[in-house]
Write a protein that binds this ligand. Structure first.
Ligand SMILES: NC(=O)c1ccc[n+]([C@@H]2O[C@H](COP(=O)([O-])OP(=O)(O)OC[C@H]3O[C@@H](n4cnc5c(N)ncnc54)[C@H](OP(=O)(O)O)[C@@H]3O)[C@@H](O)[C@H]2O)c1
Length: 237
């Protein structure tokens, strides 16, 4: 296990991201980037966690804001960047509206690409790890076609960067399966009784921490993995 790490997590104010923050904050220095105003975000976060408001609907603005927050914090290197924030909109049939498509791609894909690009020097100094949070939906799934496309894009981008940055920065993509968070409600989707089969967010975050520590890619963090006891993914950062 490494010593105290410097970790940035996007979308750390709810769901899987918040559970990951709760796991890591007692042992590491964590900076959360979110869309909420600081006054709304800080009460939800563990003591000592830094926060920056950087809505990813503006990928370029958010990238500058997060880089500036690192400079303000005096962080010259970054051990882990976890690009976890995500959004989606359920559609009964067809494709999300143009505005929903723009927002989905901006938050899930464009921001991830720009943040990876901008924060590479920090990660390289630490020989760090960049973790993209995708989704099993990257294989293609009805109900959220643009969301699925954004996650497929992340998958391809992660594979490209993994080759590009080999030996300098570890790159991985982690694909969670259905997880009990507020994401479905925010997306306007009621999974009904299927929700009972979804994994709890803290369990997914635990397996995700193990996957990050193992630096494996691509990784699916799903019910099957859970039934297998988390297998390789029980390590800690
Ligand atoms: N839940 C699932 O079944 C599932 C399955 C596969 C993959 N995933 C992926 O797992 C990741 C975490 O999702 P989750 O289930 O934990 O959902 P969640 O609870 O809704 O968390 C998503 C996070 O992203 C943030 N976010 C959304 N739009 C944003 C924006 N415009 N700017 C900045 N931050 C924004 C949210 O902020 P607020 O806290 O302010 O809402 C929240 O912190 C996402 O990438 C999602 O696609 C989830």
């Amino acid at each position: 296990m490494a010593g105290r790490l410097r970790i940035v997590i996007t979308g750390g104010t709810s769901g899987i991201g918040l559970e990951l923050v709760r796991r890591l904050a007692p042992r590491h220095d964590v900076l959360v980037a979110g869309r909420r105003a600081e006054a709304d975000a800080l009460p939800a976060l563990p003591a000592g966690v830094r926060y920056v408001c950087a809505p990813l609907t503006d990928p370029e603005g958010a990238t500058v804001t997060i880089a500036e927050a690192l400079l303000r914090a005096g962080w010259v290197k970054l051990d882990n960047l976890v690009l976890n924030a995500g959004t989606g909109f359920a559609v009964a049939d067809g494709i999300e509206t143009p505005q929903q498509v723009r927002e989905t791609l901006a938050v899930n894909l464009t921001s991830s690409v720009l943040l990876a690009r901008a924060l590479f020097p920090w990660l390289e100094k630490a020989g760090g790890t960049l973790s993209f949070v995708g989704s099993v939906a990257h294989r293609g799934q009805g109900l959220f076609p643009a969301y699925a496309a954004s996650k497929a894009g992340l998958h391809g981008f992660a594979r490209a960067l993994k080759a590009e940055w080999a030996g300098r920065v570890a790159v991985q993509v982690i694909h969670p399966g259905p997880t009990r968070t507020d994401m479905h409600e925010k997306a306007g989707h009621d999974p009904g009784r299927m929700r009972a089969l979804f994994l709890p967010a803290d369990r997914v975050a635990a397996m995700m921490e193990g996957a990050i520590a193992a630096r494996r890619s691509p990784v699916t963090v799903s019910f099957g993995r859970h039934l297998a006891g988390g297998a390789l993914w029980s390590g800690r950062l």
